[in-house]
Ligand binder design. Structure first.
Ligand code: CP
Length: 333
């Protein structure tokens, strides 16, 4: 790559606009957990994502990864994560190759590490969705190219990055905002706790006993919040109305996560944690409703909230594309 594109990539020139610094700044890095990126790096990534969004809206090509290939290995279904990576690579001038875990010799007993070693000889980075977080760590240990966590049962860090881009675009800033997470203290909840806290966004979690995020995650979020400079509140309660009070965003996720089986006791415990209009009325007048999707209307959220004027769930879905592209450009570029 040379000429104008290389100048753009280095952040030197772009007509009237200077490209945000940081393109290629994370070269060779993986994203496995929320704290793999510092708050400053997250800020840069959001800037690059916003820049890529503007370029796409203006119809300007950004072939920054021409000749690069992204491998995708997925053990669970995906609509947003897979499409955002694949479309993102296309839009960046590269290519993506998809493999379900059943398509690989993994199914016949080849080790995760050997699969990672082999795939690393073919592609420039790999996005991996494994059920077990330890499988992702084993894969990353074998890989010699960047590996991106495309969701495990423990964490969904790239979802949280897209959600921060959505919040920042909506409110113009992150420090000082408060997000209420209502429902299952799952992978999305953990990633929001840690990523929001690091960026100065307060998080009020409301979840029933037995389905709350682990105390060490909450303690870690509090430490990150204290270090953020904004020192936002990180709170945990069983009362969803208390969590929603005064919040700028009310967020929920499906009550039955991927890979989980029907659990009547969990369903009953989480039933009171459905986001309703009454709950939204407790939040700020400007508050938004957020959901990582897919959603089940009538279970974790009422349809009049999910499809109502405060809902920004499809902005979140779109922002996955821009954030994935930023991560790809910064780590593969
Ligand atoms: N939110 C999210 O990760 O969606 P997918 O499971 O469709 O990728």
């Amino acid at each position: 790559m040379g000429g104008v594109l290389e100048q753009e990539r280095r952040g030197e020139v772009k007509g009237e606009e200077v490209v945000p610094p940081g393109l290629g700044a994370l070269r060779g890095r993986s994203l496995l957990a929320e704290t793999d990126l510092s708050p400053a790096e997250i800020g840069e990534l959001l800037d690059v994502a916003a820049w890529l969004k503007r370029k796409r809206a203006a119809g300007e090509a950004t072939p920054l990864l021409a000749g690069k290939t992204l491998g995708l290995i997925f053990q669970h279904p995906s609509t947003r994560t897979r499409n955002a990576f694949q479309a993102g690579m296309d839009q960046l001038g590269g290519h993506a190759t998809f493999l379900g875990t059943d398509d690989l010799q993994l199914k016949r007993g080849e080790t995760i590490e050997d699969t990672a070693r082999t795939m690393s000889r073919y592609v420039d980075a790999i996005a991996a969705r494994f059920a077990a977080h330890d499988d992702l760590l084993a894969f990353a240990a074998g890989a010699t190219v960047p590996v991106y966590n495309a969701l495990t049962e423990r964490a969904h860090p790239i979802e949280a990055l897209g959600d921060l881009l959505t919040l920042r675009e909506r409110f113009g800033t992150l420090p000082g905002l408060t997000l209420a997470y209502v429902g299952d203290g799952n992978n999305v909840c953990r990633s929001l706790l840690l990523t929001c806290a690091a960026m100065g966004v307060g998080v009020n979690v409301a979840a029933p006993a037995g389905h709350q995020p682990e105390p060490e995650i909450v303690d870690h979020a509090r430490a990150l919040a204290a270090a953020s400079g904004a020192d936002p509140t990180i709170s945990l309660t069983e009362d969803p109305l208390l969590a929603a009070a005064g919040a700028d965003a009310v967020y929920t996720d499906v009550h039955e996560s991927m890979g989980e089986h029907d659990d009547p006791a969990k369903t009953a415990a989480l039933a009171p944690y459905k986001v309703t209009r009454a709950m939204m009325a407790r939040a700020n007048a400007r508050a938004v409703f957020m959901h990582c999707l897919p959603m089940r209307r009538g279970e974790e959220v009422d349809a009049d909230v999910a499809d109502g004027p405060q809902s920004i769930v499809f902005d979140q879905a779109e922002h996955r594309l821009h954030v994935h592209k930023a991560l790809l450009v910064m780590t593969m570029g």
